[in-house]
Design a protein around this ligand. Sequence first.
Ligand SMILES: Cc1cc2nc3c(=O)[nH]c(=O)nc-3n(C[C@H](O)[C@H](O)[C@H](O)COP(=O)(O)O)c2cc1C
Length: 377
Amino acid sequence: MTKSRDETRIYNKNKFKLGLFGMNCKGGLSLTKAPESWDASWDNNVKAAKAADEAGLEFLLPIGRWHGYQGSSDTQGTTFETIAWACGLLASTREITTFGTLHVAFVNPVFAAKQMVTADHIGHGRFGLNVVSGWNPIEFGMMGVPLGDHDGRYDYADEWLEIVNRVWSEDEPFDFDGRHYKLKAVRGKPKPWWGTRPILVSAGNSETGRTFAANNADCLFTTVPPKLEDLQEKLKFFRDAAPPGQLRNIFASCHLMVRRTRKEAEDYHHYIVYEQGDWESAEYAFNLRGSRINSWLKEDEKKLKARLISGAGVPIVGSYDDAVETMLRLNSVGLDGFAMGMINYVDDFPHIRDELLPRMERAGLREPQHRAATAAE
Ligand SMILES: Cc1cc2nc3c(=O)[nH]c(=O)nc-3n(C[C@H](O)[C@H](O)[C@H](O)COP(=O)(O)O)c2cc1C
């Protein structure tokens, strides 16, 4: 039984932590028509969450998504709302940290603060929030909320989070007179499970987004540039900019296709992308996300579409040993782990549990599950 939020599994001493990413969404991170692609049914979500919990993975991170990537696969077009999803999984698991993801512009902060406290009590302090300022004009249109300008969305997120933090921490009712909210006699009980706020994460990547993440997050997600020294510089920025002692983990996202040999993994990748890829969906995603895609990827449109089909984040396509080598390299400059997408979170999991985790243990990246001490010990 844990005794403080510091003992939550995501704060254990494993050098390279792992989480499942995007399994609340049909298709996960990949735009493929392959028949084995992810069916995000509730029962499948519970199965994958329990397997990850039992294997000692640190976290589950959903995607807050309201509108999918179209085409016949329509990846992320069928999704569970993430706070309700987290509540169900927190009740079904024992130790794994489970995040919800909120687009702050779509939810009143006083309502959200209570909703998250409820999740945090269900999980006995294992709940965390990914604070998202949003980018997709179609989703904002659906909600009837103006998208506004990019930095304005982070200004809104700052105020939203200030209100939430006050609801979580203040005992006396307070009035709030902000740029976006004018509130009277705000109160919220119960307080979060340990009396301290739930774990906050952010994945801002622009200059404003990175500053927001550094100022507010306990754990954050960043993108991995091609050059290792650029990643190192990015990680240094976050660690220097964060308030002392607050930032505990910096993660990246990846999609994983690992097999016994590199050839098997590459063949599988070819099948997913070139034989079963949903290129119509890739065209849609390319047009929607084009302006947000980093310039080093923009060079070759076909390659970029193939990458969008394969999955979001760093592609880990290779043997189990290749995957561990990449993790060692990224960890050597200070990356603390991966949020992993995969084609099928249930069927692919045995590759991770039985092949990848033991290799990571032998490489010193992780301790065997029962010995993964928490930072508080
Ligand atoms: C691991 C990870 C998870 C993310 N999850 C979501 C999400 O669930 N919903 C969403 O709309 N955006 C999500 N994003 C996008 C970020 O919140 C952010 O908008 C993006 O990285 C661009 O950065 P910027 O907002 O600073 O321009 C995610 C990004 C990453 C790297």
